[in-house]
Design a protein around this ligand. Structure first.
Ligand SMILES: Cc1cc2nc3c(=O)[nH]c(=O)nc-3n(C[C@H](O)[C@H](O)[C@H](O)COP(=O)(O)OP(=O)(O)OC[C@H]3O[C@@H](n4cnc5c(N)ncnc54)[C@H](O)[C@@H]3O)c2cc1C
Length: 446
């Protein structure tokens, strides 16, 4: 069997092109703080929040307040991507924050409409997508498309910059406390995404990272000539290729016996209904097993030739199967990593790319409402409402135990929003959310 490995040239795509915008609607005169009441509050304006508001828009639910720390749709997503110098998405053209069952201008249509702005390589990828093959989407196209979805579903005008501190479910509404006032709504949808995974406490005793050590989503300390990268995923691959391109020697520490290359970060079968059924039809322990197996770190195939060549040339030294036991500052502003085998790997800076962890609602909702089990919230499988608070739903990575590993991806959000928006729209149009006996019972005590 021969394996086709797409080349690293697919990773290169211009960034910051000027895309034609829809004529801007006149900015409404509005209070600098969010309104005190709304039908629905969406917490988080990332791709999941954007998909949710668009879905509600199609259902005719327009009295929606979106609360986001950054105040602009999808900002954190693109800030993270740009910090890594990532130029293409990992997900293909079919994955975009659209709405299931409603045919808006889709991401592929959008790219074709702007054909003249695409490079020859980007046009070839569009043709690949049209032919039903795996395709690579430029970040530039995706950002312009998100702006388009934001404009066509009036999301910008409904988004307020606010940090949500507390979400308190009541019997007939939900109170959302923020640093910029309180909003009461019939329903709240939590779309807070994922936070970076922190280093284990024992690596340096907790608290701020030692000098010379940074996480992947921070600006790097002075990079020098030699850099250490810890982690096995796509983020590590970006950090390594950036450092190699800058002429640095890179030491790469991977706990697993070897790196894994894969197109999407989740096996593509989990993006299809039969893949989701696979998780939906098994018990809790089997679901945990599937998530552990299929949420493992992996790298886009396009990086493989680049990393293998750098290793063969000695510019990249890979420490495979090595668990980190400690990270510390060293002399002259440098830093070092201690490995379980006793070896120490030093560099001018150490960058940690340890993945992300889903926000489950913990810290926002009362603990008993989250109902966490093995780190996952208790959600209704049909509506993604919290089992113990039917007026609050979760869309995004937190829905992993219902939708499988694809819940954290752009395509998973589309499936999640279809379920949650439908239930919320029915409730807003008339009557209480459908409550299971368990929810009604526990909800009464909340
Ligand atoms: C570098 C990188 C590249 C990726 N590439 C892809 C890809 O190509 N394809 C793909 O499908 N997935 C990709 N992912 C996964 C990706 O994270 C998700 O698809 C997407 O960002 C998730 O959207 P989200 O809305 O759930 O989360 P986010 O994009 O993180 O948005 C959540 C928003 O909620 C806000 N928020 C959180 N808590 C609060 C609070 N208490 N109050 C107010 N606001 C709050 C955050 O500030 C943020 O703006 C990538 C992830 C990373 C890190």
């Amino acid at each position: 069997m021969s394996t086709f490995i797409p080349g690293p040239h697919l990773l290169e795509s211009p960034r910051g092109r000027d895309w034609p915008r829809l004529p801007a609607a006149p900015a409404p005169a509005r209070e600098p703080v969010p309104p005190s009441r709304a039908d629905v509050v969406v917490v988080g304006a990332g791709p999941a929040g954007l998909a949710m508001v668009s879905a509600l828009w199609h259902h005719g639910v327009r009295d929606v307040v979106v609360l986001d720390r950054g105040g602009r749709p999808c900002r954190r997503f693109f800030d993270r991507i740009d910090l890594l110098g990532q130029r293409v998405l990992r997900s293909p053209y079919e994955h975009h924050p659209g709405v299931e069952g409603y045919r808006d201008c889709e991401l592929l249509d959008f790219a074709r409409l702007h054909w003249a702005r695409l490079t020859p390589v980007e046009r070839r990828e569009v043709r690949m997508a049209q032919a039903g093959h795996r395709s690579v989407v430029p970040v530039d196209v995706f950002e312009a498309y998100c702006d388009h979805v934001t404009a066509t579903h009036d999301v910008g005008a409904r988004t307020w910059r606010a940090t949500v501190r507390e979400v308190l479910p009541g019997r007939s509404d939900v109170t959302v406390r923020t640093d910029r006032g309180t909003v009461t709504a019939q329903h709240v949808v939590l779309c807070p995404g994922e936070e970076r995974r922190e280093a284990p406490h024992e690596w340096w005793g907790g608290g701020a990272a030692p000098p010379g050590v940074a996480y992947w989503d921070e600006r790097l300390p002075s990079a020098g000539e030699r850099q250490v990268v810890v982690g096995a995923g796509l983020t590590s691959a970006h950090l390594i290729s950036n450092a190699l391109a800058a002429g640095r020697e890179v030491h790469w520490v991977i706990r697993e016996p070897g790196e894994r290359y894969q197109c999407a970060d989740v096996n593509s079968k989990f993006f299809r209904p039969e893949g989701r059924a696979r998780i939906g039809n098994v018990g809790w322990d089997d679901r945990l097993g599937l998530l552990a197996q299929f949420r493992r770190a992996s790298i886009m195939f396009e990086f493989r030739p680049l990393l293998e060549r750098a290793e063969a040339e000695g510019r990249l030294v890979v420490h495979r199967g090595e668990a980190v036991t400690g990270v510390a500052a060293a002399t002259g502003g440098t830093a070092l990593v201690r490995l379980a085998g006793g070896q120490r790997v030093g560099g001018d800076c150490v960058v940690l790319a340890l993945g992300t962890t889903p926000e489950t609602g913990r810290g926002l909702l009362p603990e008993e409402v989250v109902g966490e089990r093995d780190g996952w919230p208790a959600l209704d499988e049909r509506t993604l409402a919290y089992t113990y608070a039917p007026r609050v739903s979760a869309v995004g990575a937190a829905a992993g135990m219902v939708l499988g590993p694809a819940a954290r991806n752009i395509d998973g959000h589309r499936v999640a929003t279809a379920r949650a928006a439908d239930a919320i729209a029915r409730s807003v149009r008339g009557g209480a959310p459908a409550a299971s006996p368990v929810r009604a019972e526990v909800g009464a005590g909340v």
